[in-house]
Design a binder for this molecule. Sequence first.
Ligand code: F6P
Length: 342
Amino acid sequence: MKIGLLTGGGDCPGLNAVIRAVVMRGSREWGHEFVGYLDGWKGPLEDQKIDLGPEDVRGILAQGGTILGSSRTNPSAIDGGEQKVIENVRAAGIDGLVAIGGDDTLGVARKLTEDGLGVVGVPKTIDNDLNATDYTFGFDTAVNIVMESLDRLRTTGASHHRALVVEVMGRHAGWIALHGGMAGGADLVLVPEKEFDLAEICSHVEACFEAGVAPLIVASEGAVPAEGTEVTSAKGTDAFGHVRLGGIAGWLADRIEEKTGRETRSVVLGHLQRGGTPTAFDRVLATRLGYKAIEAASQGDWGNMTTLRGTSIQLAPLADAVDESKIVPADRLTEAGYGYPA
Ligand code: F6P
């Protein structure tokens, strides 16, 4: 078989580990040939591709990012885009695709499958917000980066008796904030799933200072104040129509300082959370998901994505992953002591 591979959406640690597993195992065990499409769906749309053999993926397990490049190109938003992708893939003699991506990339994969193109998906996102899988690779690495940052910020905040607001990624789901905040011992965690009340946050900040603690607040970029709307960076939207977020930490720090008189600083962790080498957990998960994907493609199990259920790797229909996002349930906030105000 000849298989095309692509990585779409925001990059994340572990993408190269998936590519490596697919190509190495696929060529060794099934004798497949591989083509790497460049920059997500832009690759098959514009027929930009490279040959990929085991020698090209040797040594990339620990490498962050993706050797194939990524983009947020959306063929479904372009007139005739999906048809063009199918034509190019067929003209190249490719039997099917392995698409590694989040809800947007897998949403396109699902549509293409319905149009008759064979696609197997591999779920990826540091946000961990994809349904039908317990965890996505990249998430554990991001959480570890948040935890290490909080460990560092706590000591400087305490030395200067300052409140610190730390903004982490997560547009609609607060998994990074919740897990990063718990691991780093944050005093408050604000997530998109639950609007926060500024007055309550300020009294919690005051209570922390009175107890001799310099408060550390973790806020998802999509956290929303009850009295307002989304705090956005006013940089427009991407090809999938997502508003570019950013700015909640600065917004909140200014208001906390204004209302409590306590010195408050903000830090945006941003793309630091997506870069660099994956953790051991993410390398193992990515490798297992990659193997399952090439096994599924070899057996013609198109229209599915690989998933982690408990400790086992399984297949689930692409539709299960993209119909709805996996958001943080209220009881997980309560359990962590972050049902605001804490
Ligand atoms: O991939 C998802 C994500 O990590 C979101 O949490 C974040 O809003 C977005 O990527 C930002 O991506 P970019 O800056 O590449 O558009």
